[in-house]
Design a protein around this ligand. Structure first.
Ligand SMILES: Nc1ncnc2c1ncn2[C@@H]1O[C@H](COP(=O)(O)OP(=O)(O)OP(=O)(O)O)[C@@H](O)[C@H]1O
Ligand SMILES: [Mg+2]
Length: 379
């Protein structure tokens, strides 16, 4: 049974167009589900509806098989952790964590053992008598997580819990959250972030929400699936552009010819021809398309098809470099080894493996990528 089920959930404020549109979703027991998307796409709104902090305008919400549309937040068996921590400044760490249990009139010894156990898990043992103002941001966020843990919820809800932390602490706390999830075998996690690294590393499943100019799709699910499914098989140009950093390169093209399992296109600005291993059955020659290829899949050497570019900048990150190169279609980014000796203004051939190419039709819908092995196909 799904721990959380959303059926045709919609949310609108007043007469404005919906900010959440027709969301259908089953989140399993112990699943780590991440709501991902650009700012304003409705991630927090969706999470707050599950928490009971926001009403649904339409649709049904079930938690643990129970319809909870009208059930108040406190009776839903969920615990929420906010970006802002929301700790009580006049209470010690212990009292902050114990607060919900005291409200629920739990016996003192039970409260004591639950708080101490949570403090142990979160390495807060030495801080129980401190006040929040004497804690670092990372420690405060751990207290907020501890306050959720002691309630032993069936569902943990996190809204951007790491965004107030510096990069190192963010990485560390991310690992702690992943380990907490492993530890609580029966709890589901719904986690909101706009950071795709958090989403890729933490999620069993990513639910990517639409945003942008397309009013018809705003607030609907662009794609829901395992992180690598979204990475390798994005359903649309929006998903392809959102997942992956630096983002996928996009080049305008028209369909040239359609072969079994592959499509040849002509790049609109340069006239260069490239082959992509996608299923082009529903295409016609002459049709406009967009070719997409990720920076990490472009090659500066090797055989096969290539496009002509001029380097403009090389970002050296140590282990690897990002080569920015001007092509007739615009600036492309290619990932290269860190010691690649390339300066600016050099004329280079960038290799574009057909197996790495994505193709999107004029509506931004992806063509299915061919299933065959790149090596075999190249032979
Ligand atoms: N009370 C409200 N009244 C009207 N519109 C609202 C209200 N609350 C949120 N919205 C709108 O709903 C949309 C979704 O907001 P939400 O806070 O869920 O976005 P988000 O994806 O969490 O963004 P962020 O990443 O910036 O936190 C936004 O366009 C926002 O302006
Ligand atoms: Mg938000």
């Amino acid at each position: 049974m799904a721990a959380i089920r959303l059926t045709n959930v919609q949310k609108s404020y007043g007469d404005h167009p919906p900010v959440i549109r027709r969301v259908n979703l089953d989140i399993g027991q112990h699943e780590f589900c991440v709501f991902l998307g650009p700012s304003g796409c409705g991630k927090s709104t969706l999470l707050r509806m599950i928490a009971g902090l926001e009403d649904l305008s339409e649709g049904e919400l079930h938690i643990g098989g129970r319809l909870v549309n009208g059930v108040p937040a406190a009776a839903r068996g969920v615990a929420m952790v906010f970006q802002s921590y929301a700790l009580f400044p006049h209470m010690t760490v212990f009292d902050n964590m114990a607060f919900g249990l005291k409200l629920a009139k739990q016996p003192k010894d039970v409260i004591d053992s639950k708080v101490r156990e949570a403090a142990r898990i979160l390495q807060l043992d030495d801080y129980l008598q401190r006040f929040p103002k004497a804690l670092s941001g990372g420690q405060r966020q751990r207290v907020a997580i501890g306050r959720a843990i002691v309630r032993e919820p069936g569902v943990f809800l996190f809204d951007e819990p790491l965004s107030n932390l510096d990069a190192a602490l963010r990485g560390q706390t991310r690992v702690e959250i992943a380990r907490l999830h492993q530890r609580f075998a029966n709890a589901s996690v719904v986690y909101v972030t706009h950071d795709q690294v958090e989403a890729m590393t933490l999620a069993d499943r990513i639910v990517l929400l639409h945003a942008g100019a397309d009013a018809e799709r705003f607030g609907s699910v662009a794609q829901s699936g395992a992180p690598l499914e979204l990475y390798h098989h994005p359903k649309s140009r929006f998903v392809a552009g959102f997942i992956g950093s630096p983002r996928m390169n996009f080049i305008d093209a028209v369909v040239d010819s359609i072969e079994p399992g592959s499509v040849t296109v002509t790049l609109t600005r340069s006239g260069e021809r490239l082959n992509a291993y996608v299923d082009g059955q529903r295409l016609q020659s002459g049709q406009p398309v967009t070719l997409g290829v990720r920076p990490e899949h472009l090659r500066l050497d090797g055989d096969g098809q290539f496009i002509q570019c001029t380097t403009v900048l090389s970002e050296r990150l140590g282990e690897h470099s990002y080569i920015h190169a001007d092509h007739a279609a615009g600036t492309l980014i290619a990932k290269a080894a860190g010691d690649t000796p390339i300066g600016s203004g050099e004329r280079i051939a960038i290799h574009v493996p057909p197996s790495a190419c994505h193709l999107f039709d004029a509506d931004g819908i992806a063509l299915r990528r061919s299933a065959f092995e790149p090596e075999r196909a190249a032979a």
